[in-house]
Design a protein around this ligand. Sequence first.
Ligand code: SF4
Length: 201
Amino acid sequence: MSEVSWELLEHQIAACQRCCLCRGATHKVPGQGDRSAPLMLIGEGPGYQEDQQGLAFVGPAGQLLTRMLAAIGLPRERVYICNTVKCRPPNNRTPEFAETQACLIHLRMQVQLVRPKVILLLGSTAARVAINPSLRITHERGIWVERKGVWMLPTYHPSALLHDPAKKREAWEDLQRLRDKLQELGLYPDLYGQEAAHGDV
Ligand code: SF4
């Protein structure tokens, strides 16, 4: 097996035709952020803005995510953020199971390279890929799962919060769980700056 590297990952994603999503993509969206961050965020897939810019979470949901992270004192540039699929699904539909499985090779390499201690799973697609294919986000969000020393927390995708603001209260509770776990692991606030004074997401 070839040794993993960021260069290999970038090349692998740029050349990838493992599923049909590449046909409609303007840009592949590998992910970005701090490549040695102890906290990794995994979302679903690129939307319109992400597809146009080749960057993850830069549309309205991404802006909300930035505010959510700031609300617990996490600067967005200090986390690594990516999606389960690197190409935009048509009309922003949910990626199919086969598409997420085809793209898993890239996600696994990203996790191997970043070596996060904590992963926040944004939405059911990411949580199903990482934890359990039959996971129900409404039932299992906010519950920590530990695998091989990595702590994973499923929560709502920010776009779900934009569609249903009533979910924000639960999302805020999950953010507090995330902050508490980072604290427990000795990563907060030392590594992640100052504790925020409010919880307005
Ligand atoms: S979504 Fe992933 S697996 Fe499918 S073509 Fe794009 S990079 Fe390859």
